[in-house]
Design a protein around this ligand. Structure first.
Ligand code: PGA
Length: 255
């Protein structure tokens, strides 16, 4: 079985001034400075990306990289208010979170747009973190795995095997995000295994090394049980990533 390096991304959502973001990023960097067992990423708001990326780059700064929380699917043009993947690469991002359920639910983002964005990110040299997840109504109706397959297939359509190898997938059950209600390790494992099997049907070579993150009320006290599942490779963490202490403790517990 492939050994997959644990990966933790703090999704700061719409939080933080530049000064607050720099302080949080610096504390995360210092907290994980001696940790070599995991990839650690922070995803500030657009306005703080450049400053945070500069603070974290190079030297003895340790292993923390920067992600954006969204991008547009065109590289440039008349798209007022949008930010392109190449602009994100230009300010120092290595990753971009795409298709988060808040984007899907609150901003009407469709599967087709997630696919266009993932392809734009790959063109710009960014690694997409593609989010999928079912609502509570879909889970209660027994539609979880079908919904996940539909979102995943749409998101990775027309992506070549070598490019898919640069992507990550995050399983984020909508009912677990920001609710304090975490999926049980068994519930997470069922969906993560399903995602890996779906990818394997298309690209057997990539599936074993694909890192599949869990997201939805991941905390220092539940990370160990989730990470003990064979197909859970890390976390996309909202609330618990806004305090350096809890984010660092979670990464250490889970690595
Ligand atoms: P949460 O958010 O950890 O606050 O539940 C996770 C996410 O939305 O990525």
């Amino acid at each position: 079985m492939a050994t997959r390096r644990p990966f933790f991304c703090g999704n700061w959502k719409l939080n933080g001034s530049i000064a607050e973001s720099l302080a949080l990023a610096t504390n995360v960097r210092n907290g994980v400075a001696t940790l070599r067992a995991a990839d650690v990423v922070v995803a500030p708001s657009f306005t703080a990306l450049h400053a945070v990326a500069k603070r974290l780059e190079g030297g003895s700064s340790g292993p923390v990289a920067v992600a954006a929380q969204n991008c547009h699917f065109e590289d440039k043009g008349a798209f007022t208010g949008e930010v392109s993947a190449s602009q994100l690469a230009d300010v120092g991002c290595k990753y971009v979170i795409l298709g988060h359920s808040e984007r899907r639910q609150l901003f009407g983002e469709l599967d087709a747009a997630v696919n266009l964005k993932a392809r734009a990110a790959l063109r710009a040299g960014l690694a997409p973190i593609i989010c999928v997840g079912e609502t509570l109504a879909e889970r209660d109706a027994g539609e979880t795995l079908g919904r996940i397959t539909a979102q995943l297939d749409a998101a990775i359509a027309d992506i070549a095997e070598a490019d898919l190898a640069r992507c990550l997938v995050a399983y984020e059950p909508v009912w677990a995000i920001g609710t304090g209600r975490t999926a049980s390790p068994a519930q997470a494992q069922e969906v993560h295994a399903h995602i890996r099997a779906s990818v394997a049907r298309k690209f057997a070579g990539v599936a074993a090394s694909l890192r599949i993150l869990y997201g939805g009320s991941m905390k220092p006290d539940n990370v160990r049980a989730l990470m003990a599942e064979v197909d859970v490779d890390g976390g996309l963490v909202g609330g618990a990533s806004l305090q350096a202490e809890s984010f660092v403790r979670m990464i250490k517990e889970g690595s």
